[in-house]
Design a protein around this ligand. Structure first.
Ligand code: DHB
Ligand code: FE
Length: 283
């Protein structure tokens, strides 16, 4: 059976793609942000995942407002990145793990999640940037050392699924990974959040104390966040802060396994976003 090695939750900001393209890792603005990924990369070098289930949100590249699935699971053999309008060169395509995709699709549907299955899908900065931050050697080589299964949660067109539902979806992902008849090592990545608001009267809104409380809660009290409605979460974290739902789903995927925090980092701001990084492993 497959082995679930843990989770890495990270924020995504398109400007990271520009910083990587222009090699700004040592620039004073970027250095604290990029340095934090060193510990996650060391952990990955030790844990050597083969497959990544990446819980992320699309921002209009793959789904637009005319068609917006609440949960969508990729079942493609390749996921290309494309220009999202930021002028950043697209990163290497990711290889899909089709076998795990279909096992996840079957498990989620059996667990009564009404998902959209995507046998073709583009992926945006929410997938390409975590890969580039965690496997810079793959960025250079033009090929990532892992296969992926993208699991997309709608956080761009209300209504969104609740934190409690995303947590339960994560629990179903764990059942899928642990019952996958394969001996590969699987990592769960969450990509999104933390607090940020890109437009409107509260543009630039950041809530450091709430973000930090949320990150701490994920270690020992992972259902803490489910006390909040999505309206409350938008109020507390900004219209795009609701992307923290990815972190909730990834934590759900480790539920029932006592976890240990291997690494945590919080840095404000990168672009308009409070950025967090959290590496959890089975205790
Ligand atoms: C920014 C953050 C995001 O999550 C995103 O998808 C786009 C932009 C930002 O802070 O610039
Ligand atoms: Fe985003």
């Amino acid at each position: 059976m497959a082995h679930l090695i843990g989770s890495i939750s990270t924020s995504h900001v398109p400007a990271i793609g520009g910083a990587l393209a222009h090699q700004k890792q040592q620039d004073p603005y970027w250095k604290p942000f990029f340095d934090a990924y060193g510990k996650a990369r060391e952990w990955l070098a030790r844990e050597r995942p083969d497959v990544v289930v990446i819980v992320h949100n699309d921002h209009g590249l793959n789904f637009f407002l005319d068609k917006m699935p609440t949960f969508a699971v990729g079942a493609a053999d390749v996921y290309r990145n494309a220009d999202e309008g930021w002028g950043i060169p697209p990163l290497a395509a990711a290889r899909g793990c089709v076998d795990l995709s279909w096992h996840i699709v079957e498990t989620l549907v059996a667990d009564e999640f009404d998902i959209t299955t995507c046998q073709e899908a583009l992926v945006d900065h929410s997938v390409s940037l975590p890969l580039a931050l965690l496997w810079p050697e793959g960025k250079e080589a033009g090929e990532w050392p892992v296969e992926i299964v993208p699991v997309c949660i709608n956080t761009v067109l209300a209504p969104y699924p609740s934190a409690a539902r995303c947590y339960r979806m994560g629990q179903s992902l764990r059942r899928a990974i642990e019952s996958w008849d394969d001996d590969r090592r699987v990592l769960v990545i969450a990509s999104g959040g933390l607090s940020h608001q890109l437009d409107g009267e509260r543009a630039g809104f950041i809530n450091k104390s709430f973000d930090q409380q949320f990150m701490e809660s994920l270690v020992d009290d992972p259902k803490w966040i489910t006390r909040y409605s999505n309206e409350e979460l938008v109020e507390l974290t900004g219209t795009q802060g609701i992307e923290l739902l990815m972190w909730v789903a990834a934590r759900g995927a480790l539920d029932d396994i006592p976890v240990k925090q291997h690494h945590a980092h919080y840095h404000v701001p990168i672009s308009n976003t409070a950025t967090g990084l959290l590496v959890l492993e089975p205790a």
